[in-house]
Design a protein around this ligand. Structure first.
Ligand code: SAM
Length: 289
């Protein structure tokens, strides 16, 4: 099923949470000199114009737009906004970088970026968008038109034994939930010290709930589970996003306190009704916080 196009969702509340976390993880990896790999299993087209003429309702209005002109933000949120502001230098919100562009803003020449995308249209735009990134300091980027769930088997473990595996499927097809779990199990066998970042939607599907339970029961020493629910029911009974979550295996230790600090702020800014709530669970060595 290849109807999903991220341009309709770019900058929405799910992207906000996901990219706040991604930027924090990338910054953490830069603290050491050793090179690392960034594997983006579901890359999208890399860069989005928020002013496309076919937009009837633009989801970024309920996402990044609600944070854009706020003067005070928790640190992790201002790091994110600073990254997006580089693409909107006159202060007007017109462009939104996807995960490949965000990664390129942080990776060093010695690191490696591997992007996977199977939608032919998205792939073509991604290739074009990566080609125009001619910054001196960016690493060589390889784009593969292959199922991103197989990226793990193809690439792990990275030669430097440091790596981020960013798994951000569209979940258009409910088999994606199962595929995430299989990919993670495979990944942990090959590279148990990797940092895995898994995004999932809150849409009231049993598959999503089962996936979360399974992830929380994985035999790993350290994980962090973040979720943000922004409304109770779908608008007009549609299958819209009620919120989203991120599950991280081997997260940076700085993420737990920083996201705890930011979530009350995000909850207030992004709420769509009064049922808004968030949760953060951190497990390390069998202790759950
Ligand atoms: N990660 C991007 C970001 O943060 O900017 C957004 C990715 S979007 C949620 C999911 C993307 O995965 C879509 O562009 C879709 O075409 C692509 N996709 C769907 N199934 C895939 C698969 N099995 N392998 C690789 N890409 C896939």
């Amino acid at each position: 099923m290849l109807s999903y196009q991220h341009i309709f969702h770019a900058g929405n509340h799910a992207d906000v949470l996901k990219h706040i976390v991604l930027i924090h993880v990338l910054k953490h990896f830069l603290k050491k000199n050793t090179p690392f790999w960034m594997i983006d299993t579901h890359a999208g087209s890399g860069f989005y114009s928020l002013k496309e003429k076919y937009f009837i309702y633009s989801e970024f209005q309920d996402g990044i737009k609600k944070l854009w002109n706020c003067t005070y933000q928790p640190k992790i949120v201002s790091d994110y906004l600073n990254c997006i502001k580089k693409y909107n230098v006159d202060g007007l919100l017109r462009y939104y970088p996807g995960s490949p562009y965000i990664s390129l803003d942080f990776l060093r020449k010695k690191d490696k970026l591997r992007l996977f995308e199977i939608h032919p249209g998205e792939l073509k735009t991604l290739e074009k968008n990566i080609k125009i990134r001619t910054d001196q300091s960016i690493p060589k980027t390889i784009i593969k038109k292959t199922d991103g769930f197989n990226a793990i088997k193809m690439l792990l473990p990275p030669s430097s034994h440091r790596g981020i595996i960013f798994i951000d499927p569209s979940y258009e097809d409910k088999s994606d939930y199962r595929k995430v779990l299989i990919a993670i199990k495979d990944g942990l066998k090959r590279f148990c010290s990797g940092t895995y970042v898994i995004w999932y939607p809150k849409i009231g599907r049993i598959e999503s709930k089962n996936m979360q339970l399974y992830l929380e029961n994985l035999p790993v020493k350290c994980w962090l589970h973040i979720s943000l629910n922004l409304r109770k029911i779908s608008i007009n009974g549609s299958r819209g996003l009620l919120g989203s979550g991120l599950f991280l295996i081997n997260p940076p230790h700085t993420l737990y306190p920083e996201i705890l600090d930011a979530l009350p702020y995000l909850k207030n800014k992004l709420a769509q009704d009064d049922s808004v709530n968030y949760a953060v669970t951190f497990k390390e060595n069998n202790i759950i916080l």
